[in-house]
Design a protein around this ligand. Structure first.
Ligand SMILES: NC(=O)c1ccc[n+]([C@@H]2O[C@H](COP(=O)([O-])OP(=O)(O)OC[C@H]3O[C@@H](n4cnc5c(N)ncnc54)[C@H](O)[C@@H]3O)[C@@H](O)[C@H]2O)c1
Length: 434
């Protein structure tokens, strides 16, 4: 089957590589010449574990290629996926559909033969119908269907998520469209991963409802964490006690510095706007957004309190700035709130992150990037564990404490505990909800 993937970012590239690994012939398109040049040279523009090897394998097999030429990729493709960005629209919180609609117009101009135009980007309910209208207006003669196929992969585990999904959601309007989508996902269907066929609106809504629910779960435990601190309970044990209940489940119950990343912040906002547009306010989601913002800011107070009320002139080492481990993605990371606040308060901030520097250098001005936690700890006043990369999960606390001027740690991911930190020589230790 011939597939064109429009937009070769985190989702488009992973999807394109995995579809080619299914055996399909995939052409990935991006309008960013730098990305296409890198990909054509065999370099992966993002950090995603395992992607380089799988990409090289499928390029070598002749099933995967990259181009800036959308028209050439779309012509003759049976399925054309739209995987462009849908960031928050400036000023009002709506999802910005400029890229999706522009892609739809370009696709309309290039389509030949029966084509299914599939939106993989996360888009508000009604967008797939708008895509259909746009193409129909531009090309009344075209033989096509639209389909909604929201993506649920997690950065850092994207290939496994794509190859072994909890479910695949497909919104379609015709049997022909459904058959093509069935062909695209045949290898997963054969391995009995659940494929849900539904209408366009339901597919679109599933994605927002799922993301808003997960953001709510995280924010719920973060709020409980705050109460735990006041009443002397341990949120880690509370979460374990809750999570063992099969109705609740233990995922997304880790208290921390608030959610961030390329999806939850923008998708919760877009859902809230959708609710307002239809006079059905998403009150829970709106509260989640507000509470999450407060949680991020509360982390700054925690660090300042740990430093006896001021970070001015103090050396603060921040371990991890990407929004989660195993990605280089910095979009809406909690670090973008916390680190500038520390710099603004006069701290000398040193940052260590295995992959964060490429994007982070521009986003976090005024910090000193270092490549090793122990070197960064030299004569430092405070250590902030912000993103739990594996290499920060088993730090030699004694060695760190010895190097620091005044050993204190704000463990915002609850990796260590007060007793061990004290034993290792830390004078101050704080975490979340304990
Ligand atoms: N990143 C994730 O973890 C994730 C997970 C699930 C769903 N999503 C959704 O997937 C969509 C894409 O997200 P992403 O993180 O991959 O975005 P991204 O910003 O990494 O990639 C988007 C790419 O599309 C390209 N592009 C834009 N317009 C184009 C056009 N007309 N022609 C060709 N290329 C074009 C851009 O240059 C960019 O490289 C979003 O709607 C997002 O919400 C993302």
């Amino acid at each position: 089957m011939k597939i064109a993937m429009i937009g070769t970012g985190y989702v488009g590239l992973v999807s394109g590589v995995c579809f080619s690994d299914f055996g399909h012939e995939v052409i990935c398109v991006d309008k960013d010449p730098r990305k296409i040049e890198m990909l054509t040279r065999g370099e992966v523009p993002i950090y995603e574990p395992g992607l380089d090897v799988l990409m090289a394998k499928n390029v070598a097999a002749g099933r995967l290629s990259f181009t800036q030429d959308l028209a050439a990729a779309v012509e003759g493709a049976e399925a054309v996926f739209i995987a462009v960005g849908t960031p928050t629209r400036r000023g009002d919180g709506h999802a910005d559909l400029t890229y999706v609609m522009a892609a739809a117009e370009e696709i309309a101009a290039a389509m030949s033969g029966y084509t299914v135009v599939v939106t993989k980007s996360t888009v508000p309910v009604g967008t797939n119908s708008a895509v259909e209208r746009t193409i129909r207006n531009a090309r009344p003669d075209a033989d096509f269907d639209v389909a909604s196929n929201p993506e649920f992969l997690r950065e850092g585990a994207a290939i496994d998520d794509f190859m072994r999904p909890d479910r695949v959601v497909v919104g379609v309007t015709s049997d022909r469209g459904r058959d093509i989508m069935g062909e695209v996902y045949r290898p997963l269907f054969l391995r009995e991963f659940p494929v849900i066929y539904t209408d366009l609106e339901t597919a679109e809504m599933i994605k927002y409802a799922a993301n808003a629910f997960l953001a709510t779960k995280i924010t719920f435990i973060n709020e409980i964490a705050r109460l735990c601190e006041k009443v002397g309970a341990d949120v880690k044990e509370v979460a374990r006690g809750m999570g063992l209940d099969g109705r609740i489940g233990n995922k997304f119950l880790h208290a921390g510095p608030g959610y961030g990343g390329s999806c939850f912040p923008k998708d919760t906002q877009a859902l809230a706007r959708m609710g307002q547009d239809h006079a059905v306010p998403m009150q829970i989601t709106e509260t989640v957004i507000k509470v999450n913002d407060e949680i991020k800011r509360r982390m700054i107070d925690k660090i300042v309190d740990l430093c006896d009320g001021s970070v001015n002139g103090k050396v603060v080492v921040v371990l991890g700035v990407t929004f989660k481990p195993n990605t280089d993605d910095m979009r809406d990371a909690p670090s973008l709130t916390i680190v500038p606040a520390l710099v603004g308060a006069g701290a000398k901030v040193r940052v260590v992150d295995p992959q964060g520097a490429r994007e982070g250098t521009l986003l976090l001005p005024g910090v000193n990037w270092m490549d090793d936690a122990y070197k960064a700890a030299q004569k430092a006043d405070c250590l902030v564990l912000l993103t739990e990369w594996n290499e920060f999960r088993a730090l030699d606390l004694k060695r760190l404490a010895k190097k620091m001027a005044s050993p204190r740690m704000a463990d915002l991911r609850n990796i260590y505990n007060a007793k061990d930190a004290e034993k290792a020589g830390f004078e101050g230790y704080t975490s979340v909800g304990r």
